[in-house]
Ligand binder design. Structure first.
Ligand code: DLL
Length: 428
């Protein structure tokens, strides 16, 4: 089922609409001093845009630009017309403040509703929304879409896990929206309270806001006996609802291209990459009023596919984001992506889907990578054999030998109850 006709539009019709909207966006952005300067420096203007591919002549917008223009330098409307702000807290410095007009909020509700329908959620569902409410876009973003769809929303927000479990059992919530790490935390917390997580009423989880790999998703689906659907988005562009997997195929995330124009670039050279090639996702908003963004470098690693999906939607699909360009760890000169470690570790049956990576600089000045993983509850096998097996698997997956691998008992690695999970600790 589709929420809107445009999801099945043919490419020519869609491109025409995109081009019109892109012109409007560039015009609107061009009135913001930041963009006016950037366009002038690049020697481009709206009139240079004859086809969609002319967008490549326009400059990128970066996270650093958001910080430099903090708090409202990128807004394209006066505060009088701002209906809401959200903010995304970075790891360093000031947060990125983002704004919405009334029309932007309507648009957000629509794209999230569209996403939820694609994900198999319907108006007859009781949906527990355990994304954090507040400045984070997860809670209120999903909430608006659920209301727009007409589902029964249970707005628990993040945390207070004992109450989440009680609420879902008492109210019979059949859909849960939360981060993948929180799904696992909730399953464990249910077990500790004597409930089999597979017996909870939840049938579908809508997970996002942080990267996860296929084995991690499989662990969630198995533990909670659910279907896990991946939802993607970021505050700078709108929040959740930029793209989502469809329930039918679960094969890539449909990008709502009539509102968000995706490109994938080589993060080193900035060159646009052809479909199928992996690189950094760049997004341009097509309909946002308060905060249009032009060629925003998301830092998220993915690739795009234009073939029609089995579900009948024609929109381009992006691959699941399992990492970010700045996740890349360089250990003794070798590139290491944490997602490769996750894939290698979580797929091992005896190991729980929790891990921690510590990076240190040794006395000899060389980088050291330390990995801590947990056994499944009640593990009674040979610890040292498991350790050796993991060491080989991970070293092979990474092309660099792990300096220290600790296998600890279930529950020893810190869990994240609220917000996004942190797994990499760089002490260098
Ligand atoms: O995390 C928006 C969101 C809320 C998405 C709820 C999905 C569900 P930010 O806090 O601005 O916004 O963080 C955005 O989170 O650039 C990605 O690096 C990461 N991210 C978001 N969704 C996914 C996903 C929200 N499905 C940043 N898979 C993005 C992997 C994701 N990473």
């Amino acid at each position: 089922m589709a929420y809107s006709e445009i999801e099945r539009a043919d490419r020519d019709e869609l491109s025409e609409r995109q081009l019109d909207r892109l012109r409007d966006t560039l015009e609107r952005a061009g009135e913001v001093p930041f963009y006016a300067r950037a366009f002038e420096e690049a020697g481009v203007g709206v009139d240079d845009l004859e086809t969609l591919s002319d967008l490549t002549a326009f400059p990128f917008t970066t996270k650093a630009d958001f910080r430099a223009e903090y708090p409202d330098g990128l807004f394209a409307v006066d505060w009088d017309d701002v209906a809401r702000v959200h903010a995304s807290s970075g790891t360093s410095g000031k947060p990125k403040v983002v704004s919405y007009t009334d029309a932007d909020l309507d648009l957000w509700g629509e794209v999230v509703a569209r996403s939820l329908v694609a994900a198999g959620v319907s108006e007859t569902d009781v949906v527990q929304n355990a994304y954090g409410y507040g400045l984070f876009t997860g809670g209120l973003g999903l909430h608006a879409g659920l209301e727009e769809l007409g589902a029964a929303v249970v707005p628990t927000g993040g945390g207070d896990t004992a109450r989440q479990i009680e609420t879902m059992r008492d109210l019979g919530s059949d859909v849960l929206c939360c981060t993948p790490s929180y799904c696992l935390y909730l399953a464990e917390a249910a077990e500790e309270r004597g409930h089999d997580p597979r017996d909870l009423p939840i049938e579908r989880v809508v997970i996002g806001a942080e990267p996860f790999t296929d084995p991690m998703r499989a662990a969630i689906e198995d533990r909670l006996d659910v279907t896990a659907v991946d939802i993607y988005g970021l505050s700078e562009v709108i929040g959740p609802g930029v793209s989502i997997e469809c329930a039918e195929a679960q094969d890539g995330l449909h990008v709502w291209e009539d509102h968000f124009l995706p490109e994938v670039i080589d993060p080193e050279t900035g060159e646009r990459l052809p479909p199928g090639e992996e690189g950094e996702l760049v997004l341009t908003t097509l309909t946002k009023e308060a905060l249009p963004v032009v060629r925003y470098r998301t830092g998220d690693v993915t690739s795009l596919r234009y073939e029609e999906c089995a579900c009948g939607r024609t929109s381009v699909r992006m691959d699941n984001v399992t990492g970010r360009t700045d996740d890349l760890l360089i250990v003794r000169g070798v590139n290491v992506y944490p997602s490769r470690i996750e894939e290698a570790v979580v797929a091992v049956d005896a190991v729980a889907p929790h891990y921690r990576i510590d990076l240190r600089r040794g006395d000899d000045g060389l980088d050291r990578i330390e990995l801590t993983v947990e056994t499944q509850p009640g593990f009674a096998g040979d610890l040292s054999a498991l350790r050796d097996r993991l060491h080989d698997r991970v070293s092979e997956a990474l092309n660099v030998s792990v300096d220290e691998l600790a296998v600890v008992e279930h529950g020893e690695i810190d869990r994240t109850e609220v917000g996004k999970v942190k797994r990499v600790y760089d002490h260098r």
